[in-house]
Write a new protein. Structure first.
Length: 338
């Protein structure tokens, strides 16, 4: 008999680590992970099977369906925004074709064991694309269906995969004699910029917030690459993990959408700088605008409306702006370089 499991792709990242910790604590599901790199030993011991490989590998997915009975998938594997701009074809292969293969895998799994497969997909505010800074300034908090004209490869990938998920959930093979849709229970969280205390920022488009703190904690000068008035929605990493787990466990009949905004706070870059300077008075934080990255950030909303998530599955972040920095980010990063 095949073994019932939860599958996590891209498990080696911080969201993956957080999910594994929480799922292992609950102990109600066996955990199978897929990543192109080996997991850290500290986290690998908490999973039942670690598979090293790419989600674009058809043979790997065929092995999964033969050995395990998957009824919950957290699909985290992706090439992120900065790398996707340098390698758009590779981004499409991983972010779109990999997701399509996994959706088809979920469809076959559901048909095999006779119950829907919950497919949790993290999307991004990169799916939005406001046409000008003036439009961004005038726009209210954006709802899920507003201004969906992304200007980055990553944003295009994410938006298309949101639509693919909706197709599998609601319209799959709609001309077939028998209804084939509904077997993939696709649920998407459209994340704001995620800021973490545990990983070193790697040059992402929204990394100016953690970069300020890391530089200040190391006693190094930092030149912020966006304007002082730049404002986008942000969220502390622990709340991102909570959002995925909460959405995964929500009753299906309560969900009116397949994709949901979530957000927590939206300070300006200058407001972030002030908080960092208050914690590190000797820090040297200046401005050196990168016009290309600034243009991308200007196409993202200043804030989003996450009322649907709060209503349908009771999303509620633990960290507001003050708590995220004073209780999570600054003390943890300060300790790292002490």
């Amino acid at each position: 008999m095949r073994k019932a499991v939860v599958a996590i792709t891209g498990a080696g990242g911080e969201i993956g680590h957080g999910l594994i910790d929480r799922l292992a604590e609950r102990g109600d599901r066996r955990i199978v992970t897929i990543d192109v790199s080996r997991l850290d030993d500290s986290i690998a011991r908490k999973v039942d099977r670690e598979i090293t490989g790419s989600i674009t590998d058809r043979a790997l997915l065929e092995r999964l369906i033969a050995e395990f009975e998957v009824d919950l998938i957290f699909h985290l594997a992706a090439l992120l925004s900065t790398r996707s701009e340098f390698t758009p074809v590779a981004a499409h292969e991983v972010n779109v074709e990999g997701t399509l293969r996994l959706l088809e895998f979920a469809q076959h799994e559901a048909e095999s064991h006779g119950r829907p497969v919950v497919f949790i997909y993290p999307s991004s505010i990169a799916a939005y694309g406001l046409p000008s800074l003036d439009a961004k300034t005038r726009a209210p908090r954006l709802r899920e269906d507003d201004y969906l004209h992304p200007m980055t490869m990553y944003g295009c990938n994410k938006l298309y995969c949101e639509l693919l998920g909706t197709y599998y959930a609601r319209h799959y093979k709609q001309l077939a004699a028998e209804t084939a849709s509904g077997k993939v229970d696709f649920r998407c969280v459209r994340f704001p910029g995620l800021i973490s205390a545990l990983t070193v920022p790697s040059g992402g488009t929204s990394d100016y917030a953690p970069e300020m703190i890391h530089a200040a904690a190391k006693g190094e000068p930092y030149a912020c690459f966006v304007r002082p008035d730049t404002r986008i929605p942000l969220m502390a990493m622990p709340d991102a993990v909570d959002a995925l787990l909460t959405l995964a466990s929500a009753p299906r009949d309560r969900l009116r959408r397949t994709a949901y905004n979530v957000a927590a706070f939206n300070p300006s870059a200058d407001e972030i700088r002030a908080v960092v300077l208050d914690a590190f008075p000797q820090a040297q934080i200046t401005w050196k605008i990168d016009s290309k990255r600034q243009a991308i950030v200007d196409s993202w909303p200043s804030d989003v409306d996450d009322g649907a998530a709060r209503h349908d599955w009771q999303f509620q972040p633990r960290y507001d702006f003050e708590r995220a920095f004073s209780e999570y980010l600054i003390p943890t990063i300060r300790k790292r370089y002490a």
